[in-house]
Design a protein around this ligand. Structure first.
Ligand code: TYD
Ligand code: MG
Length: 464
């Protein structure tokens, strides 16, 4: 035991960044076991430690300002050259913002950012790409794959954040990419690169540098086995935007989502595909989500979800099998486990099916995650189709929220959902009856059949 450990050392949870004066077996914040590691306390509190507030305090006490005194330029945003990325960012990159991009190794973070850097450079913007992971040769090989870049894009390999900041202050690029934040270090903190102290300290320094010099900055972050960027709580409140890059279920394409965004909505997703020559955006994700759909298989139903402002069609698969043990198994992939249990309970109580006799598995094909109740009716339909072993015709689409009494409730943006479905060739739309009255029928082609559902019992009549 060290006697001075009380003030010289501090403990961090390596999963979530929770900070504690003493070692603990289980993290009180994220409940992971054995995740605490000891790190020396930084001796000098750096000027950057208190975030952008520190900028004002350097110049004396800040003077509180009225709203009318605060100047705003007309908000400028840099075009990323990728519609999908720009939309997820809320309309492009905000100058001087700090954006964290997290994702599994090999998912394509470096490729995405290199392509973005190249697109900005092609528009005459000055970009600096700082790599702490790959040699310049490796970067050149990658850049050649995606088709080279203009001279506005420059590269350095460096891991000392203070040197990087000096370079940034001298070069003053408009965009900078730090790949990755886990390889960066400052000599003022004694722990190893990648530790919570280092990651936090480096990000804070980058934040101050980005704001003072008006340099937009992407930080690449690796995710832990829990699927979050190391020390997410410490990092997420420092940066302006947090994006996660993840692969869809079958690995063929990549989904970019935002978990936090000070400059836009967090509901938007961007869909990309990894090709021979880099990432290419998928402008019509519905077609993608539905590709490889089995014809006339029971248990498969298509629904329409809203991902931000955009309707996306996806397939929900349900499977019921007889329970082999006393306790029925339930598995939900891509939707909330509790929501599935709730819907199965509604089917049992209001639909008269003894669900406890069956193991139930529900999967959202294509790697989407459902977070709106409009998919309820489709989940029930998929489970019902598997129960009856009768397939739902492949030109049918289902959406609607289901309440505890088995009533089907209205959902938002019905015409957008229907338009997207009709565009992709769906001809039968099973939807909440409550939405039918306000629907403008003129936008829907005559051959499209609309079936209004009031109670889940009405669904049963459709399987004959
Ligand atoms: P990379 O951007 O290095 O991932 P990350 O930075 O998230 O670790 O992407 C690596 C993978 O992408 C690698 O397996 C090779 C593949 N790839 C392509 O398929 N096509 C390409 O044009 C490029 C550049 C990479
Ligand atoms: Mg990389």
């Amino acid at each position: 035991m060290r006697n001075q450990s009380k003030d010289k050392y501090i403990y961090f949870c390596s999963e979530c960044g929770y900070e504690s004066k003493k070692w603990m077996g289980q993290c009180p914040a994220c409940h992971s076991w054995n995740s605490f590691s000891e790190e020396p306390v930084i001796k000098t509190v750096s000027k950057s430690a208190s975030g952008i507030g520190a900028l004002d305090s350097l110049k004396g006490l800040p003077k509180p300002k009225k709203l009318s005194e605060i100047e705003t330029d007309k908000e400028e945003r840099y075009d990323t050259g990728f519609k999908e990325l720009s939309r997820v960012l809320g309309g492009g990159i905000v100058p001087g913002s700090l954006i964290l991009v997290g994702g599994d190794p090999g998912i394509g973070k470096s490729t995405l950012l290199l392509q973005t850097a190249r697109n900005l450079a092609a528009n005459g913007r000055k970009v600096l790409y700082v790599s702490g992971e790959e040699s310049l040769r490796q970067i050149k090989l990658r850049a050649d794959r995606i088709g080279g870049a203009s001279d506005e894009l420059r590269f350095i390999t460096e891991t000392n954040i203070d040197i990087i900041i000096s370079v940034l202050e001298k070069e003053k690029p408009e965009l900078c990419i730090i790949d990755s934040v886990q390889t960066m270090y400052t000599e003022e903190a004694q722990s190893a690169p990648g530790s919570v102290t280092q990651v936090r300290e480096c990000s804070q320094r980058m934040m101050v540098c980005a704001k003072t010099n008006n340099i937009a900055c992407f930080l690449v972050g690796h995710v832990t086995k829990e699927g979050t960027v190391a020390g997410p709580r410490v990092l997420e409140h420092i940066v302006d935007t947090v994006l996660y890059f993840e692969s869809g279920n079958n690995g063929a394409y990549r989904i970019l989502r935002s978990a936090k965004n000070r400059f836009g909505s967090t509901n938007e997703i961007g869909v990309f595909e990894m090709l021979e020559d880099g990432l290419s955006e998928v402008e019509n994700p519905s077609e993608y989500m539905l590709s490889g759909r089995p014809e006339n298989a029971s248990g498969a139903v298509v629904t329409c979800l809203l991902e931000g402002t955009r309707p996306v069609l996806c397939e929900i698969q349900g499977l019921l099998t007889d329970t082999a043990f006393g306790m029925a198994r339930r598995q939900a992939l891509g939707l909330d486990y509790n929501r599935l249990n709730l819907l199965l309970a509604v089917m049992e109580k209001r639909g008269g099916i003894a669900m406890s006799r069956f193991d139930a598995y529900v999967n959202i094909a294509g790697g989407l995650k459902i977070n709106e109740p409009a998919a309820d009716l489709a989940v029930i339909m998929a489970v019902l189709s598997s129960y009856k072993n009768v397939s739902v015709p492949s030109d049918t689409i289902v959406f609607g929220e289901v309440g505890l009494s088995g009533e089907v409730r209205a959902v938002q943006q019905v015409s957008e959902r229907i338009k997207e479905a009709v565009k992709l060739g769906f001809r039968r739309i099973i939807m909440p009856k409550l939405n039918m009255s306000k629907l403008n029928r003129d936008i829907i082609p005559k051959e499209v059949e609309l079936i209004g559902i009031r109670y889940i019992g009405d669904l049963y009549g459709l399987f004959k």
